[in-house]
Design a protein around this ligand. Structure first.
Ligand SMILES: Nc1ncnc2c1ncn2[C@@H]1O[C@H](COP(=O)(O)OP(=O)(O)OP(=O)(O)O)[C@@H](O)[C@H]1O
Ligand SMILES: [Mg+2]
Length: 176
């Protein structure tokens, strides 16, 4: 089910979108000297009060209607912590939510990272009204994709237009 870290990321970002975030920054940082992968997701959504913030790591907590379990956050926390990494969530009502998860790249049970290019595309194309800033750092190499900047150049053409998707694929493949 959750066999790639990228799927966790898609889930966590879905929470941000549900929380009415208009801006989501996502950092994916790989340090092969320290053997650490860090995911950092920050949104400007509705946030959570202190009580909710404590409950969110409980699989039986959800605010989705007609659902009994909410697994997005607990699964990410579980994957990070059972493979020797860390998980931290902080949130403030009316300001947003921030999640930092780290993973030990040497742990034998660490799921594969998955396809980062496709993950970026899914998020950007699937949420055309949300602004994203991706920062993908692979040791000293850094790639940044800021959809707000891209949208300014598009002059009204939607970011999920087929020609724009073709451009995005090429841009990511050539620069990331
Ligand atoms: N970024 C966020 N901003 C505000 N609230 C959040 C955020 N992430 C999670 N929550 C709250 O925590 C609850 C649990 O999140 P979680 O992802 O674990 O489960 P879910 O989204 O409810 O269901 P699932 O992910 O299994 O479809 C959400 O229903 C929501 O109330
Ligand atoms: Mg969720």
């Amino acid at each position: 089910m959750m066999d790639e870290i990228a799927s966790h990321l898609i889930d966590i970002v879905a929470n941000s979108v549900t929380a009415h975030a208009t801006y989501i920054s996502i950092d994916i940082m790989m340090d092969t000297n320290k053997n650490v992968l860090t995911l950092h997701v920050k949104d400007n959504g509705i946030g959570m009060d202190d009580e909710t913030e404590k409950k969110v790591v409980d699989p039986f907590y959800t605010t989705k209607k007609g659902k009994k379990v909410g697994l997005g956050v607990p699964l990410l926390k579980g994957t990070a912590e059972t493979t020797g990494g860390t998980f931290r969530l902080s949130s403030e009502v009316g300001h947003g939510t921030e999640i930092i998860a780290s993973f030990d790249l040497t742990h034998p049970d660490l799921p594969p990272l998955g396809n980062i290019r496709d993950t970026i595309l899914i998020l950007v194309v699937g949420n055309p009204d949300t602004d994203f800033r991706f920062r993908v750092k692979n040791n000293s190499k850094e790639f940044i994709l800021d959809t707000k900047e891209i949208k300014e150049h598009l002059g009204g053409v939607p970011i999920n237009h087929p020609d724009v998707i073709t451009f995005l694929i090429k841009y990511i493949d050539e620069n990331m």
